[in-house]
Design a protein. Structure first.
Length: 235
């Protein structure tokens, strides 16, 4: 399948934020999804870090079909299969696992594997993946690292995650090779556990306003390309 043209990828290009969710009680899944939707982001990465993650994912995909709910922290094919059966719209992994990627692509499921090195990026490209997660981005060097990747890997796009916060996400979205960023600042685990859904709704709304202020992704990429072409040559 063409991950680049899939509906989840188009959603990432439109909303540009991937709320990274760690949920401890499946009963909080639906009010959480409602808070995200009300705030303006119909995307959620339900990480497979807790025993109730699959139940939470299933509840959202069945009761809130307008959400692009996917599974995160998918480490093996078994988890990918469980996520697919739970209705996941996409799969995100912290690393590049060829077996997971192949499983998803063979079943027409968008997958965004994690990369941290040039070799892993090349392996993802060999699998036909040109949009991938970079994790943990802050440890790897942040925006400077992504700028360096833009040289040898022109045309490759990234969804950085790992340490991105309310104070830093805009600097990542300003890069031409970044499609969307993942982070938990709009819905931290403790807010979800405390059922602070109004607080989550407000954080999402604030983030959406700031993303919209950056302008459309495609238009901004075209402006950056034009600016580079018009810049005087240096020796």
């Amino acid at each position: 399948m063409n991950v680049q043209q899939s509906m989840p990828t188009q959603a990432l290009r439109r909303w540009r934020i991937i709320p990274v969710i760690v949920i401890d009680d499946a009963k909080n899944a639906l009010p959480l999804a409602t808070a995200l939707l009300d705030g303006g982001i119909p995307i959620a990465e339900i990480t497979m870090r807790t025993p109730v993650a699959l139940d939470a994912l299933r509840r959202i995909t069945q009761e809130q079909p307008e959400m692009f709910a996917g599974a995160g922290t998918v480490l093996n094919v078994r988890q990918a299969e469980q996520a697919r059966k739970a209705g996941a719209h996409f799969v995100i992994s912290p690393g590049f696992n060829r077996a997971v990627v192949d499983y998803c692509l063979e079943r027409e499921m968008p997958v965004y594997p994690g990369v941290a090195t040039a070799s892993e990026i090349e392996a993802a490209l060999e699998s036909g993946i040109t949009l991938m997660k970079v994790w943990p981005i802050e440890t790897l060097g942040g925006t400077a690292f992504l700028n360096f990747l833009g040289g040898p890997f022109a045309g490759v796009e990234f969804n950085p995650s790992g340490g991105i916060t309310d104070a830093t996400f805009e600097s990542y979205l300003a890069l031409k090779n970044v499609v969307a960023v993942g982070g938990s600042w709009v819905a931290p685990q403790d807010w979800i556990s405390a059922r602070q859904f109004e607080k989550i709704r407000g954080a999402v709304r604030d983030t959406v306003m700031r993303v919209n202020a950056l302008g459309p992704l495609k238009k901004r990429q075209e402006e950056q390309t034009t600016s580079l072409r018009e810049a005087p040559a240096t020796r």
